[in-house]
Ligand binder design. Structure first.
Ligand code: DGL
Length: 270
């Protein structure tokens, strides 16, 4: 593993680009390769066994490249498959759950934390476990928000959008009942809803798992002396289905259109 090698980043689909973008912004000299498993998205409604099998395939694909680190950008995959991946791949593996949990655990003042995530992430108990690692007394309230991924994928995330407000209000009301003072956005898509959420609950801390993951990765690479030292950045994108659709929609997640090519990975290469 060298400083000039790639950081491999994978997700169930397009949402992991929020993590990719946070990493690009924080570490502009790094070479990044993204794999989105668009043929099998969403992971959040699948069984743990199936999610683990997909995650193994995703990482096998990425390990064809010279990687210095791997980032599990998908909260669902990190919740369910991170142990399996660590047992099978000899590579520094970074996730999203631990950094976001640590931030929430240290930020809460009343010890009551809400976690918005997919059904599979909530069911795994991963956020509860990680938050308790850093704050054993915290009370964690996971909330599955199945309407949010399709909403964001449809380009609906602006704070003045009435449908966004309606759906978020219902979810946030149930967290407010638990008197949380901190909410973790525990899914790749939710950071796009951050402004809308903050406008509805201005007194609650809102933590983006994507941003927390990029901060954690940056510290980790520096600690291992694996951070790039002025190498020219490079960005590569691969998907398992419909590269055109990915390219068209990437702008929503990246804040600007994607210039690079998006390449299709055939099933036989996975
Ligand atoms: N990437 C997933 C996550 O962060 C959301 C989409 C899905 O369900 O696959 O949990």
């Amino acid at each position: 593993m060298n400083r000039e090698d790639y950081i491999g980043i994978f997700d169930s689909g397009i949402g992991g680009l929020t993590v990719f973008k946070s990493i690009m912004d924080k570490m502009p000299d790094e070479k990044l390769i993204y794999f989105g498993d668009t043929a099998h998205v969403p992971y959040g409604t699948k069984s743990h066994k199936q999610i683990r099998a997909y995650a193994m395939q995703d990482v096998k694909f990425l390990t064809q490249f010279n990687l210095k680190a791997l980032v599990i950008a998908c909260n669902t995959a990190d919740s369910v498959a991170s142990q399996t991946l660590k047992e099978n791949f000899d590579l520094p593996i970074f996730g999203v759950i631990e950094p976001a949990s640590k931030k929430a655990a240290l930020m809460t003042e009343n010890g009551r934390i809400g976690v918005m995530a997919t059904a599979a992430t909530c069911k795994s108990g991963s956020y509860q476990e990680m938050i308790h690692k850093y704050n054993p007394k915290a009370k964690v309230f996971p909330l599955a928000c199945p309407l949010l991924v399709p909403l964001v994928e449809d380009g609906r995330f602006k704070k003045d959008d009435k449908v966004v407000q309606l759906i978020l209000t219902e979810y946030l009301d149930s967290l407010k009942e638990h008197d949380v003072d901190t909410i973790v956005l525990g899914c790749t898509h939710y950071p796009l809803l951050e402004d809308a959420i903050k406008s509805l609950v201005p007194d609650i801390n809102v933590i983006s798992s994507s941003e927390a993951a990029a901060e954690h990765l940056s510290h980790g690479l520096i600690e291992m002396s694996l951070d790039s030292q002025g190498t020219k950045s490079e960005y590569r994108y691969y998907v398992s289905d419909d590269p055109e659709h990915f390219k068209e929609n990437a702008g929503t997640f990246m804040g600007k259109p994607l210039e690079e090519e998006v390449l299709l990975v055939n099933d036989s290469d996975l």
